[in-house]
Design a protein around this ligand. Structure first.
Ligand code: ZN
Length: 90
């Protein structure tokens, strides 16, 4: 298993699903379309940017749009860090 706390899978609809690396669902072949792969980033925006990095770099997707393609499963919530800029805007 990867030595990062978070992993992601990609489902057949092109939706990323972010799990805790220890989550059994992440490795369940009946529920996941791809093998889980490690995610280095720890905030929601950074994770979306990391997962869709190719599309963002070529300019066809913004980070906000990329966030729509990422599901953060409950198992990963305790491992996510706060979003500094979001917190500041509240
Ligand atoms: Zn999970």
């Amino acid at each position: 298993m990867p030595n990062t706390p978070l992993v992601a899978t990609l489902d057949r609809h092109g939706q990323f699903r972010v799990h805790a690396a220890t989550c059994a669902d992440a490795a369940d072949p009946y529920r996941q379309h791809t093998d889980p792969f490690p995610v280095q980033a720890r905030t929601r925006r950074d994770i979306a940017a990391e997962l869709s990095h190719d599309l963002i770099e070529e300019g066809s997707l913004t980070i906000d749009e990329a966030l729509d393609y990422v599901d953060f499963l409950p198992c990963c919530n305790p491992l996510l860090l706060d979003e500094p800029e979001t917190a500041a805007r509240r």
